[in-house]
Design a protein around this ligand. Structure first.
Ligand SMILES: Nc1ncnc2c1ncn2[C@@H]1O[C@H](COP(=O)(O)OP(=O)(O)OP(=O)(O)O)[C@@H](O)[C@H]1O
Ligand SMILES: [Mg+2]
Length: 228
């Protein structure tokens, strides 16, 4: 169930532009090209929850835990520590395993979510899950079933999605919020920017904002509009 309470995105300056954050229990997508910062955004969202003592689940179809933990150490995120204390569950699942979770109406994932008292879930990426299905109607059906299961636990969900541009985002109609990370050539240099494409029940900014990605993670500068 999507509630009125808001859950911080973990990205400084973004929450106040979208009514305080993602809606509690909502399903959201962060989309973009390879290297646009989707996985970093997704982990930053979880780290915000971990710092507040919330249980978090990261389901990775793309990368191994060891590598992800190593890469994210650079941002000062001690994910091993959160895993040791039982707040973080990093699952190196395959899309097929998640399909089984859907078929079982929650299955092993529900056991884990209950055990750690999960409040936030990331699936990196939903594109890999979508590829299991041959036609749009099956893909839509399975994805909605998955979202419903996660919402039932009261978790706020963030999915990463591979897309070349805003028009190519899969499942954008099915989710509550969509954020696009641009990484475009502007006057001979590649610039990062962030665009809130939709956020149900929320007044959203009507401009594309400059985004920085450095060892502090992702930050945005709302006063710097970017024209692409
Ligand atoms: N410490 C850092 N400082 C600056 N930029 C960094 C740092 N660490 C990573 N990056 C940038 O972030 C990019 C990776 O971000 P991320 O893994 O979130 O992308 P992604 O959108 O998930 O990509 P993919 O679709 O390949 O999974 C790197 O290609 C690099 O440009
Ligand atoms: Mg990634």
């Amino acid at each position: 169930m999507v509630g009125e309470e808001r859950v911080s995105t973990g990205v400084p300056n973004l929450d106040k532009l979208i009514g305080g954050g993602f809606k509690q229990g909502s399903v959201n997508i962060v989309a973009g090209k390879p290297g646009s910062g989707k996985s970093i955004f997704a982990m930053q969202f979880l780290v915000d929850g971990l710092k507040r003592g919330e249980g978090c689940i990261y389901i990775s179809f793309e990368e191994r835990k060891k590598k992800v933990f190593e890469d994210f150490r650079e941002f000062g995120w001690d994910l091993e520590q959160y895993e040791r204390t039982g707040l973080l569950k990093f699952l190196e699942n395959t899309p097929e395993q998640i399909r089984r979770v859907v078929a079982d109406g929650g299955g092993t994932l529900e056991v884990i979510a209950t055990q750690i008292g999960a409040k936030r879930v990331v699936i990196d990426s939903i594109s890999s899950f979508s590829m299991l299905f041959q036609n749009d109607s099956n893909k839509r059906g399975a994805s909605l079933a998955l979202f419903e299961i996660i919402s039932k636990w009261g978790c706020t969900t963030l999915l990463t999605s591979n897309a070349e541009n805003e028009d190519g985002i899969d499942l954008d109609f099915e989710v509550d919020g969509v954020i696009f990370l641009h990484h475009q050539m502007i006057k001979n240099s590649r610039e990062r920017s962030l665009e809130v494409i939709k956020m149900r029940g929320t007044d959203i900014p009507n401009k594309i904002m400059k985004m920085d990605l450095d060892k502090k993670g992702i930050t945005i500068n709302p006063s710097k509009a970017v024209s692409l």
